[in-house]
Design a protein around this ligand. Structure first.
Ligand SMILES: Nc1nc2c(c(=O)[nH]1)N[C@H]1C(S)=C(S)[C@@H](COP(=O)(O)O)O[C@H]1N2
Ligand SMILES: [Mo]
Length: 316
């Protein structure tokens, strides 16, 4: 299948999103109710997503944009999660089948204390709410109130050594519930990478929640990366492995199409993607791309210094 077929998807007008998502929500609810009635108990996968748990966390205003948050229905109904298919509504329709408990992250590579950490322990780290701008390379954008912990707090638990120049993130693979994995178009597991200083930057978080609740599966439950000054694909979902490494990781998108997706992928209105202009963005639920895109997605004051002296047209 060509890359165009893969990612050249037409945006869905927002007028079509809402009714469909309401429909999907009702269908999920019914699936859960049926499973419960059949006495399948909490082990029934269809129930997992109904059981979103409250996750209160104080907002860190200093790290939050004052842009209006995008409606929850849109953030949880218009997704990219290719393991579940390539359509924007595929993840909301089928990610509830993903098993998110028990869940552990293997942390290894160039660290003093390699270890496995359970999701419960991650959730006991100091969580806070961060309202971040989030922009996909396909030119849609949103504003999401994530709940998470700075990645550097997790890194402190394992102690990266001087050989740790990059961090590689690996997403989960559950072929029996992931039609996109079974299709074998993309080589899964999904892999992403950051330079160590990017990963350790206080803006980089591991998100475990959204809108005051645990993370919905379609947004990368139970834990995903969020790097707000980079295109959305750098923010790997449903993480099961983190490696501190000496060499620059080759990400899933770099392997698939190196001319289109570079390692850095900083949001940059001056460097267009071959298929999507990056000058403006379609702030969901807007229909037109009328919002100007800002360098580093508006986080230039905090992160531009990380790239001092680098030609960002070359290192796109
Ligand atoms: N494992 C995994 N992580 C992923 C993706 C994916 O397909 N698989 N898509 C990426 C892309 S392209 C984007 S834009 C964001 C979308 O995040 P959202 O659905 O929470 O908005 O997730 C990123 N992380
Ligand atoms: Mo994306």
């Amino acid at each position: 299948m060509s890359m165009r077929a893969l990612t050249g998807l037409k945006p869905i007008p927002p007028s079509e999103i809402t009714p469909r998502e309401v429909f999907l929500d009702r269908r999920r609810f019914l699936a859960g109710a049926t499973a419960a009635a059949a006495g399948l108990g909490t082990a029934a996968p269809a129930l997992a997503e109904e059981m979103a748990m409250k996750l209160p966390a104080a907002r860190n205003a200093a790290f939050s944009t004052t842009d209006a948050p995008t409606a929850k229905k849109i953030i949880t109904g218009y997704n990219n999660f290719y393991e579940f298919g390539m359509g924007k509504s595929d993840p909301a329709a089928s990610a509830s089948k993903m098993s998110v408990r028990p869940w552990t992250i293997e942390i290894g590579g160039a660290v003093e204390k390699p270890r496995t950490i359970g999701i419960e322990e991650v959730m006991r780290l100091p969580l806070e709410e961060r309202v971040y701008r989030f922009r996909c390379v396909e030119a849609w954008s949103m504003v999401a109130p994530w709940i998470g912990v700075e990645f550097n707090k997790l890194a402190a638990l394992v102690g990266p050594t001087s050989k740790a120049k990059y961090v590689r993130f690996t997403s989960v693979v559950q072929p029996s519930v992931m039609s996109g994995v079974r299709a074998e178009v993309i080589d899964f597991p999904y892999v992403e990478g950051l330079r160590i200083d990017e990963a350790m930057h206080p803006l980089t978080i591991l998100a475990v929640g959204l809108y005051g609740e645990t993370l919905p599966n379609q947004n990368g439950a139970p834990v995903r990366v969020i790097v707000p000054w980079k295109y959305g694909f750098k923010s790997a979902k449903s993480i099961v492995r983190i490696d501190f490494v000496e060499d620059q990781p080759r990400s899933t998108w770099m392997k698939l199409q190196p001319s289109e997706y570079g390692f850095y992928s900083n949001v940059n209105p001056a460097v267009d993607h071959p298929r999507w202009s990056q000058a403006r963005e379609r702030r969901l639920p807007d229909f037109f791309a009328s919002t100007p895109t800002l360098p580093f997605n508006g986080y230039a004051d905090q992160v531009a210094s990380l790239y001092a002296g680098m030609d960002l047209k070359k290192f796109f």
